[in-house]
Design a protein around this ligand. Structure first.
Ligand SMILES: Cc1ncc(COP(=O)(O)O)c(C=O)c1O
Ligand SMILES: N[C@@H](CCOP(=O)(O)O)C(=O)O
Length: 541
């Protein structure tokens, strides 16, 4: 009885879908595309001091027992939202860019309406909210407001991201928002994996990949593309397209959100290093797809050079707007636990924006009184792409050293020089966090075991589960610790890696949990023989 070879026919990524590269002027300078001096400079706009506002300045939480009348036939959900807003006072909350982890003496800041990705000193930026204004509302107010919006179709709050609009982009007009009602993803109680495989009764998987384009990138991309939509309407300077480098998920999200807003998108992909399912997403959504003979780090370097020269807006998580959307996954996790804080959250890390985004979401909830502590964070890396793990193991002591990331089946995190390294170190230090790594065999075995308990996860989630297995074995994570594993992409995007595993086609891998199909002749006797054999060691329940 052999595995069916036809079932497991290989389909490695093709390079046929390569779009012709435009001849772009290249310049190594780190200039950023800025507002022409004749345009009014939004940086002159004052960041509001403490604002005394009442709950009437925000959209009120709808009362649960009032029945909403159906909107008139000639009104769509954007019109309806506009009518509601006209009846409420102006929004008084605001946000701006500041240098990441700037000291109290720093006076550098930028309007979100500027195109700027780096601080004056070349460091990362962060979106800073007017916390004093947000603190005019207590934790109970925010919990009730966010809870009241879940599961609705009210524009834009039906989105898990925009249901937290006041903490994301408070000033954007809802008409400018580009949303697929992303977020609100399933928090799955991993009962069987927890109890039988790691001896835990409170293990959860946050399925961020069960989403519009099949990964957590949708959470950040709705925010970034909405802001681009606003900038294009403001028309202070030309923004002809949005671009990114990608290992496959950022490009899928970017192209889908841009297509839905009719904004051109350009994606730089490392040739033959992303899955077929990921490759076809930007192609189908009409992006300009460049398949480039380099790795992700090479693509990232190129897109940074190109976006400093051309009016193309950078959509990678170097752009801190992305993290504002991604942080809502943390708020959602707390919300789904009725605002009880889990002990651990485990996140696969690559370019390292998401670990900081989740930290930021948890931290804002603590600072604004929704919860009283934050969970400990674990960042999980593939051993073949583990610069953060090595840095952690060195005690954060020496200077960070990028690595040459080698091929991993967790292909979306094959990144050796992560742009958000400083953000990740900060998040881990502030959350008493840990970094773990997983070999190819460990991550694929963990994925196969999880799938055998009813999940269908991606290899990156396999990395996170392999880290969990190690931390349970070493006793760092206890049997009753409430633990959340963040699943970052849908398993269907990575089905080739599962096919290779189950057909034992991965070199030097035992594939101990492979479950290949059985080839059998089309006659009753043969089928009965096979079934009797299979059932022989199955105990009756
Ligand atoms: C599926 C998947 N998981 C995890 C990651 C890691 O996220 P980050 O780059 O924010 O660390 C990425 C992208 O890098 C990804 O596409
Ligand atoms: N896995 C990512 C890599 C780029 O990450 P980003 O968050 O900086 O855009 C991808 O899917 O491209």
């Amino acid at each position: 009885m052999a595995a069916s070879s036809s079932f497991f026919r290989s389909s490695s990524p093709s390079s046929t879908a390569v779009a012709a590269a435009a001849s772009l002027p290249r310049n190594q300078a780190n200039s950023q595309f800025r507002i022409p001096s004749s345009a009014p400079c939004p940086r002159l706009r004052r960041f509001p001091a403490v604002i005394s506002c009442t709950s009437s300045t925000l959209d009120p939480a709808p009362s649960s027992n009032s029945v909403k009348p159906r909107r008139p036939a000639d009104e769509d959900i954007r019109d309806e939202a506009r009518r509601h807003r006209a009846a409420s006072a102006a929004n008084t909350l605001s946000a701006r860019y500041v240098p990441f982890n700037a000291g109290p003496d720093s006076d550098e800041w930028y309007s979100l309406d500027e195109t700027v990705y780096r601080s004056r000193s070349g460091g990362l930026l962060d979106v800073q909210h007017d916390m004093d204004a947000l603190k005019n509302f207590d934790g109970a107010y925010w919990r009730d407001l966010f809870d009241s919006r879940v599961g609705k179709t009210t524009w834009p709050y039906g989105s898990g991201v925009w249901s937290k609009k006041e903490w994301v982009l408070p000033e954007i007009h809802p008409d400018d928002i580009v949303s697929a009602f992303e977020g609100n993803s399933n928090l799955f109680w991993a009962e069987r994996f927890g109890k039988h495989l790691v001896g835990m009764n409170d293990l959860w998987v946050k399925h961020c990949g069960i989403s519009h384009t099949g990964s957590f990138k949708d959470l950040g991309m709705t925010v970034l593309v909405s802001q681009v939509n606003r900038l294009r309407k403001l028309n202070r300077y030309p923004l002809v397209a949005v671009g990114c480098a990608s290992t496959g998920d950022t490009s899928a999200a970017l192209s889908a959100y841009c297509a839905s807003a009719d904004i051109p998108s350009i994606v730089f992909l490392p040739a033959n290093k992303i899955s077929m399912a990921q490759l076809v997403q930007p192609i189908a959504n009409g992006a300009f797809v460049l398949s480039i003979d380099t790795d992700f780090d090479g693509c990232m370097k190129l897109i940074r050079e190109v976006t400093s020269e051309l009016p193309i807006y950078l959509a990678n998580s170097l752009n801190s707007l992305r993290l504002e959307g991604q942080k809502t996954a943390a708020i959602e996790i707390l919300q789904q636990f009725d605002w009880e804080v889990p002990d651990w959250v485990i996140i696969p890390g690559g370019n390292l924006g998401n670990i900081y985004a989740l930290y930021k979401g948890f931290k804002m909830c603590q600072e604004l009184g929704l919860v009283d502590r934050i969970p400990r964070l674990v960042c999980a890396q593939a051993a073949n792409a583990n610069p953060l793990y090595l840095h952690f193991k060195s005690g954060w002591g020496t200077d960070f050293k990028p690595v040459n990331a080698t091929t991993t089946l967790a292909s979306a995190i094959q990144i050796g020089d992560p742009v958000s390294i400083d953000r990740a170190v900060y998040a881990l230090q502030k959350s008493n966090g840990i970094v773990e790594e997983a070999t190819e065999e460990e991550l694929m075995d963990a994925m196969a075991k999880a799938d055998s308990t009813g999940m269908f996860i991606c290899p990156h989630t396999g990395v996170a589960l392999a880290a969990l297995i190690k931390l349970r074995k070493s006793g760092v994570i206890g049997p009753s610790d409430r633990t959340v594993v963040v699943s970052t992409a849908h398993g269907l995007k990575f089905s080739q890696s599962k096919i290779d595993y189950h057909s034992k086609a991965i070199p030097e891998m035992a594939s101990r949990f492979a479950n290949p199909p059985v080839e059998v002749k089309a006659d009753f006797g043969s089928v009965m023989d096979v079934l009797r054999n299979y059932l022989r060691d199955k105990p009756p329940k």
